[in-house]
Design a protein around this ligand. Structure first.
Ligand SMILES: [Zn+2]
Length: 362
């Protein structure tokens, strides 16, 4: 080969295969984690003290060697949904930065105090829920300060946001994904592809109106409003870290990266998901007492069917708990503790198909 033909051949190769072999040269930073291409960096987002204590949000950044999307996996908004937190810890070690295109951010535990103090649903420091106050407030109490940092450092740089949950300590829950739809065709179909790739065969269809002032309060909501591709998946129950739930969440997350062509991984879409309506029906306790479930998660129930009993603290019956509608028990209270407004059971209607997006009634 002459020098000239060598140059032409090299040029042709670049033309034909250029993007495949393109490299990304710069590092990627979240908090104190600075990841060079081909490397995984471990660190934390420091939340300074305000009216209450400081905290650190653990974060890993896996920087691929080739260009691609930025995917954020976030878990532990509810710090006792253990299976999702442990799954995200494991996910970090399962992604080889040298074989990755794009960048992966993994934040396995947003609500550190909830985990440390074993407090379900809220951050015990300020008693606020950590999945309902986005975009947060840098001058607020600890929860809004954390959410402001998550918005700025995790949601803003991401093109895809995956929010993992794990059935809380008091929830005997069957695994499912959520397809969050905002009525924007391209964004919604990208979200559906991730839900089908993830692999959980029950998908809850939740329609959101991005123009509603309350649409961006949750992690998935703010991500949707800001145009990200969104997936929420949940597997786990009652404080148990079951291998099957860990596998579902870890392999599902890797499937997301396969679907996005960030990893070389064959992905099979769920062929026939069970579609569930996002607007399920919950029964809440009207008083303190003791709850005993008589059906398990994943039971198909009819309206009026008894799903549990309640008693006072001396064991005297105080009532039957009945299914409020026909549908599937997505979760039922998995512990006896019960207080006013505690959720006892959630029943979701089974849909013939996902249907078209409709703006939810305000
Ligand atoms: Zn949760």
């Amino acid at each position: 080969m002459t020098r000239f033909t060598r140059v032409v051949a090299a040029g042709l190769q670049l033309l034909v295969a250029g993007p495949l072999f393109a490299q990304q040269a710069t590092s990627f930073t979240v908090g104190s984690a600075v990841a060079e291409p081909g490397k995984t960096a471990y660190g934390a987002i420091a939340i300074a003290a305000g009216s209450d204590s400081a905290t650190n949000i653990p974060v890993a950044v896996i920087r691929g060697v080739r260009p691609g999307p930025v995917v954020a996996f976030v878990a532990g908004s509810h710090g006792t949904e253990y299976s999702s937190i442990v799954a995200m810890q494991r996910l970090i070690g399962r992604i080889d930065a040298r074989k990755l295109a794009g960048t992966v951010i993994v934040a396995p535990l947003l609500n550190v105090a909830s985990f440390e103090q074993m407090t379900p649903h809220v951050n015990p420091i300020d008693r606020k829920g950590m999945n309902g106050g986005y975009p947060g407030d840098a001058n607020g109490t600890q929860t809004p300060r954390v959410l402001a940092a998550v918005t700025e450092q995790i949601i803003t740089p991401a093109t895809v946001v995956v929010d993992l949950h794990g059935g809380d300590i008091d929830e005997d829950l069957r695994p499912y994904s959520y397809w969050f739809r905002g009525g924007r065709a391209a964004q919604d179909s990208a979200g559906l592809k991730l839900a089908l790739a993830f692999g959980l065969d029950h998908i809850i269809v939740t329609d959101v109106d991005p123009s509603s002032p309350t649409a961006g309060r949750s992690l998935s909501g703010i991500a949707l409003v800001r145009g990200k591709t969104v997936l929420v998946a949940e597997a786990g129950r009652s404080g148990v870290v079951a291998p099957s739930d860990l596998t579902a969440l870890v392999e599902g997350s890797l499937n997301v990266l396969g679907e996005l062509k960030m990893l070389d991984r064959r992905v099979t879409h769920v062929a026939k998901p069970v579609w569930l309506a996002g607007a399920g029906a919950r029964v809440a306790a009207d008083s303190a007492g003791v709850f005993t479930a008589v059906v398990a998660r994943d039971t198909r129930v009819t309206k009026g069917q008894i799903v549990g009993h309640t008693t006072d603290f001396l064991g005297r019956p105080t009532g039957d708990i009945r299914a409020p509608i026909d549908g599937l028990v997505t979760f039922i209270r998995g512990v006896p503790s019960m207080w006013p407004k505690a959720t006892l059971v959630n029943v979701a209607p089974i849909l013939p198909g996902p249907g078209e997006w409709r703006a939810p009634r305000p």
